[in-house]
Design a protein around this ligand. Structure first.
Ligand SMILES: C[S@@+](CC[C@H](N)C(=O)[O-])C[C@H]1O[C@@H](n2cnc3c(N)ncnc32)[C@H](O)[C@@H]1O
Length: 277
C-alpha cells in the first residue's frame, strides 16, 4: 500500500499536513525497510510539502544582487535603531538588518505611489516604507483589539494590541504619509485602497491568511507591482512553525497559478520578493 516512489504515494504525502506525515513516517518499522528507503522517504517528506517553493525560489547572496537583477541604483534609508537589535537566536547573521535592507531597497527603487502594509503592529515596516517613499501613501492594516480578543483573525502572530500601540512608532516619528486601517483582513474589502505598486504581507501567519491576504493584495496590484512576504524563508521552514505556515501559503499560491514566476530570497533575510507579471 505504501509503495515507495509510486505516484499514489507522492500524491498522498504531498496532500497530508506535515504533522500527519511525520507521524506516519515515525510508525514505519525500520525492520521492514532498509535504511536507505527510510532516509529517502524522510528527505522526500521534507521536500514535498514545499516543492513548488523550492523549485521557484532564487537564493541571492545579498541585496546588491537583487538591485543588480532589477537594474536598481537608489540607496535606501535605514534609520530604525531596531534593525540592529539582537534579541535571540532568530536574529543571528544580522537577520533584522537584512530584512530592513530588502524592504527599504525595494521601496526606495519602486517609489510606490500607494503601498499596502498588512500587519502594522507598532508600525516599523509602515515607517520604513513611508520614509523610503516620501511621495507615496502607505495603507497599513491591523486587526483591532476587540476582534483579536474575541479570537478572530487566526492563530499565528495575531496578538491583541491596544489602538494607541498599533502604529505608535510611525506616529512618534511624525510620519504623515500613512493611513491606518483597523480590520481583520479576512473581512476587509481591498477596494477601499487605490491601485497598489507594492504590498507587504506580514499580518496573521496562518497559511489560509497568507493566501487570503496575498489574493486581496494581488487584486489591487498594478502590473509589475511587488509583493513581499515576511517570515518567508524556505531554509527555516522545518524549524519554525509560523515560517512553515507562511511558506505553505506561498506554495498554495504557486500551485493555484495566482503567483507565477520567480520569488527572490536574500540569504539571512526572512523576506520573499515577487514581481507580479
Ligand atoms: C508580525 S506583526 C507585524 C509586524 C510589523 N509589520 C512591523 O514591522 O513591526 C503582525 C501583526 O499583524 C496583526 N494581525 C494578525 N492577524 C491579523 C488579521 N487577521 N488582520 C489584520 N491584522 C492582523 C497583529 O495584530 C500584529 O500586529
Amino acid at each position: 500500500m505504501f509503495g515507495v516512489g509510486g505516484q499514489h504515494e507522492s500524491y498522498l504525502l504531498s496532500h497530508m499536513e506535515p504533522q500527519s506525515r511525520m507521524s506516519l513516517i515515525s510508525r514505519i518499522n525500520p525492520m521492514w525497510y532498509p535504511d536507505i528507503w527510510e532516509l529517502r522517504i524522510r528527505r522526500r517528506l521534507q521536500l514535498l510539502g514545499l516543492r513548488r517553493v523550492r523549485q521557484t525560489v532564487i537564493e541571492l547572496n545579498s541585496v546588491a544582487e537583487l538591485s543588480k537583477l532589477f537594474g536598481w541604483t537608489a540607496r535606501p534609508t535605514l534609520d530604525d535603531p531596531e534593525i540592529h537589535q539582537f534579541d535571540s537566536v532568530r536574529d543571528v547573521n544580522e537577520r533584522r538588518l537584512r530584512d530592513a535592507e530588502v524592504l527599504a531597497t525595494v521601496v526606495a527603487n519602486v517609489q510606490p505611489a500607494a503601498a499596502l502594509d498588512i500587519g502594522t503592529s507598532t508600525g516599523h515596516s509602515a515607517a520604513m516604507i513611508a520614509i523610503n517613499a516620501p511621495n507615496g501613501t502607505v495603507y497599513t492594516i491591523n486587526i483591532p483589539p476587540e476582534a483579536a480578543d474575541k479570537g478572530e483573525g487566526g492563530n499565528f502572530i495575531t496578538h491583541s494590541l491596544d489602538r494607541q500601540v498599533i502604529g505608535s512608532y510611525y506616529r512618534e516619528r511624525g510620519l504623515r504619509n500613512i493611513v491606518q486601517i483597523y480590520a481583520d483582513t479576512a473581512k476587509w474589502d481591498p477596494r477601499t485602497v487605490p491601485p497598489l505598486d507594492l504590498a507587504l504581507i506580514d499580518g496573521c501567519h496562518d497559511t489560509n491568511y497568507v493566501v487570503n491576504d496575498t489574493r486581496k493584495a494581488l487584486s489591487r496590484l498594478r502590473r509589475g507591482g511587488f509583493v513581499l512576504w515576511h517570515d518567508f524563508s524556505p531554509d527555516h521552514a522545518e524549524r519554525y512553525d509560523w515560517i512553515h505556515a507562511v511558506c505553505l501559503g506561498v506554495e498554495r499560491l504557486l500551485r493555484s497559478g495566482l503567483v507565477r514566476g520567480e520569488i527572490y530570497h536574500v540569504r539571512d533575510s526572512w523576506f520573499g520578493v515577487y514581481r507580479a507579471p
